[in-house]
Design a protein around this ligand. Sequence first.
Ligand SMILES: [Zn+2]
Length: 133
Amino acid sequence: MPRYDYKCNTCRTITEVVQSFSDDALTTCDVCGGPINRSYENVLIAPSAMATRSEAAHVEKQTEIMHKDVAAYKRLRKDGLQPKSTKGAARLEQTASSRWEVETGMSLGGNSKLGARYDAVQSAVASGQGVDL
Ligand SMILES: [Zn+2]
């Protein structure tokens, strides 16, 4: 089944959804309830158009991951953080030890000391202060 990216017009969240061609397009954002649009840039289609059991299991797994990601994304947003996408948000919530990692989606390998340093630099830059490296 094809996989679509939906982009929210309001909060800019990008959500990945696995849907069949015949499914209606989603219209509301899971995060803020605003209007969303389907993007056709990233449509991926499974090699077989036939719905097989393993494909159904794959879709179920992807859907489960997506729900976990959306839930984690909402918690991170509530904490004042802005991940780039719902995709991978659950992993970020588990592994990121700094604001910088959550917002860039990059990993410092669990090095919280380095994470704190990145955050200090980012906030100094954002507030227009000089950075003493
Ligand atoms: Zn939204």
